[in-house]
Design a protein around this ligand. Structure first.
Ligand SMILES: [Zn+2]
Length: 682
């Protein structure tokens, strides 16, 4: 996969629904993978250009973008479909109660700017009164607790509340859900935005302070300049207690179980009894504190800082949090800083794009039901599941044959494989939205109720046994979620579409493309990323030192191969930097090929347009990596990415015997590797 964010706990690659103007179902990519072949090129000389020559000649990088690939096509197509579905139910106004009504009314209310304008700032009145009523450390603590779990996703890098929360199993106990407490509370994304002394960052802070002042003024709060200066100074103090990024990404530093009763001693200042009671988790015996310094720091600020400063800070973040459903002037100011200054956005998106994003955020699985009903029926899910079963069977057969893994480690690997849960397309059990009231014409109330609904969903989990099959990604997102804790991977319906996967299409192509991608991800559970998590997703290294040494030795040939790839005269790929992902590509391709052979059940595949099943399998693999990108993007990728440029990922085939056979690749062909030079890790 091209984007693979890794924290030690979770490897996640999801793509927000980028909106586009492509009409729904302008599906020119049929998954017919023979039409793009450039037959003027010999497969054994340059397999990537042989497979993709036709496509590369016509692919155009969209204006304002630096690259274009299959993923961009899928995101555009899926976004257009989601837009079509949402607009359809918004116009149809179905009877009250079902998911279609909730989705349609949520969207229509967000679009109803006249109603939003007419209400002005009055929707905030209750919450503003609650903040004004804070008159002691105890009531402040209770307020912070009550607003704790308002994140839809506790994995948000920096929650816009003082702490973010994630309900998940613990690092040592896979049976129970626990509260993971994460640092938060900053209006700008990074600690460095507050602490970096460079003139660039100092200028950013000046802009942020002006933004705070503007928001307070728009909300009718007096003395906005003075308050803004105090709020920024206060956030700088919060930032000082935040953990640096390197620490935040180290799972062994995240795993800090704190007994509920110890908070008062370890992090004095906050009235923790009031806090946890208001948060609805007074009964939790233990919480996992990911960044102790941030919890200690924020708690100390409850003790040391005046309640009035806290109240100004809370008022500002309340306005900021709901800016999208408040009058135009507030939304515009929010965009001017949070999107334009922080992210470089040129102009505000069309309101309807924001409305679609908001509807997906509030009602992800409701939109997902509409999406899969039309675009990913049960037959598609069944076909994807059958492929996953073949991939798992292939892993089960191959693990015992690994040369670098000791017998005892193989046993653990097989147990981990047996415990791995893989979700495809959409959940078996959808979230029940029946208790969430969505009222047409009440954008603010809808957002509040959706947040409250999600909070209750999370709290309810704490009373249940941990469920490794919990669904982690909305089906209409083009992406997947790879979790090591619990031991589970989820591939969305948005990802499982042509040309990666065609439910009605050619099996050879499906296994060579989506199959290789899924097998790549599965391999991470058994490589240097996954070797610190056991079968139940608990922290615990299950490799021996000897396994690790042999694994590194086996990987050397792959490092050497990639060191020789130099797409720009003065810049070569760094084989070590991309090694982990290259090993996963190799594993993915081998396993997918084994699985493809299994799927044939001893029969010979059909020939299509003169192309055999074996050839189509490898062709689809090479086409998986097609990408048009400019030199700046290519340079950045080579210097910083842990994934090689697509052309070289496609060249993974050089290590696979079956590819030589399928395309008759011989000594003398440019991609030919002597058998002893081929990497054998999996
Ligand atoms: Zn990977």
């Amino acid at each position: 996969m091209t984007l693979f964010r890794t924290t030690a706990l979770i490897s996640l690659f999801t793509f927000a629904l980028a909106m586009s103007a492509v009409p729904a179902d302008q599906n020119t990519d049929t998954g017919d993978n023979t039409q793009d072949i450039d037959r003027s090129i010999k497969a054994g000389d340059d397999f990537y250009h042989f497979a993709n020559g036709g496509w590369l000649k016509t692919a155009v990088i969209p204006a304002g973008q630096t690259s274009y690939d299959t993923r961009a096509i899928l995101v555009a197509r899926t976004s257009a479909r989601v837009r079509g579905l949402i607009e359809e139910v918004a116009a149809a106004q179905p009877a009250k109660g079902g998911v279609a009504q909730k989705v349609g009314d949520y969207y229509a209310s967000f679009m109803d700017e006249a109603s939003i304008e007419a209400r002005g700032m009055t929707p905030l009145a209750d919450e503003m009164a609650a903040i004004s009523a804070i008159d002691s450390k105890k009531s402040l603590s209770a307020y912070l607790g009550a607003t704790l779990n308002s994140e839809v996703d506790g994995l948000t890098g920096n929650a816009d509340h003082v702490f973010g929360v994630w309900v998940n199993q613990s690092f040592t106990d896979s049976q129970h859900y626990v509260f993971h407490l994460l640092q938060g509370g900053l209006g700008m994304p990074d600690r460095d935005d507050y602490l970096d002394q460079s003139s660039k960052m100092a200028a950013l802070r000046v802009q942020y302070q002006a933004h705070i002042a503007a928001m307070l003024k728009l909300a009718g709060i007096d003395d906005w300049e003075t308050r803004a200066a105090r709020i920024l100074a206060f956030e700088i103090r919060i930032a000082q207690s935040h953990a640096p990024d390197a620490d935040s990404a180290d799972v062994f530093k995240q795993n800090n179980p704190w007994k509920r009763a110890d908070f008062g001693v370890k992090a004095p200042g906050m009235n923790w009894d009031a806090y946890f009671k208001a948060a609805g988790v007074a009964e939790q015996p233990e919480l996992i504190v990911w960044q102790p310094s941030a919890v200690i720091g924020a708690s100390a600020l409850v003790g040391s800082e005046s309640v009035d400063v806290w109240k100004d800070y809370l008022r500002f973040h309340l306005i900021e949090h709901y800016a999208s459903v408040l009058p135009k002037a507030v939304a515009a100011e929010h965009f001017a800083f949070c999107s334009a200054v922080l992210s470089g956005a040129q102009q505000p998106p069309d309101r309807s794009q924001d409305a679609i994003v908001a509807t997906n955020a509030a009602l992800g699985q409701a939109v997902g039901q509409l999406y899969t009903q039309r675009y990913f029926p049960p037959e598609a899910k069944a076909r994807a599941k059958a492929m996953v079963n073949d991939l798992i069977a292939a892993y089960r057969a191959r693990i015992p044959r690994l040369a670098w893994m000791s017998a005892q480690t193989k046993e653990k690997a097989l147990a981990k494989l047996a415990a791995l849960r893989i979700g495809v397309g959409y959940p078996d059990h959808w979230i029940d939205y029946s208790t969430l009231d969505v009222v047409r014409g009440d954008a603010f109330g809808n957002m509040r109720r959706a947040e409250s609904f999600n909070r209750l969903q999370n709290l309810a989990k704490l009373k249940q046994a941990a469920n490794p099959d919990e669904w982690r990604i909305d089906p209409q997102i083009v992406g997947a979620v790879i979790l090591f804790s619990p031991n589970t991977e989820t591939f969305s319906a948005g990802l499982l579409q042509p040309p990666y996967f065609d439910p009605q299409g050619d099996g050879a192509s499906n296994y060579g493309s989506a199959g290789a991608g899924m097998a790549h991800e599965i391999s991470h559970s058994f490589d240097e990323l996954g070797n610190i998590y056991d079968a139940q997703g608990r922290l615990g290294n299950w490799w021996t030192n000897e396994d690790l040494a042999k694994y590194h030795a086996a990987a050397e040939k792959l490092v050497a191969q990639f060191d020789l790839y130099c797409p720009i005269p003065d810049l070569c790929v760094n084989g070590k930097q991309v090694l982990t992902e290259n090993i996963a590509d190799l594993a993915g391709l081998l396993i997918a090929h084994d699985a493809y052979v299994l799927s044939l059940k001893g029969k010979t595949d059909v020939v299509i347009d003169g192309v055999s099943g074996e050839q189509r399998f490898f062709l689809a693999f090479a086409q998986r990596w097609r990408k048009s990108q400019n030199d700046t993007a290519l340079r950045r990728q080579i210097k910083t990415d842990t994934h090689s440029p697509g052309e070289y990922r496609s060249d993974t085939v050089r290590n696979i015997e079956a590819w030589y056979k399928a395309y008759g690749v011989m000594p003398g062909d440019r991609l030919y590797l002597k058998p002893e030079d081929r990497a054998r890790i999996w």
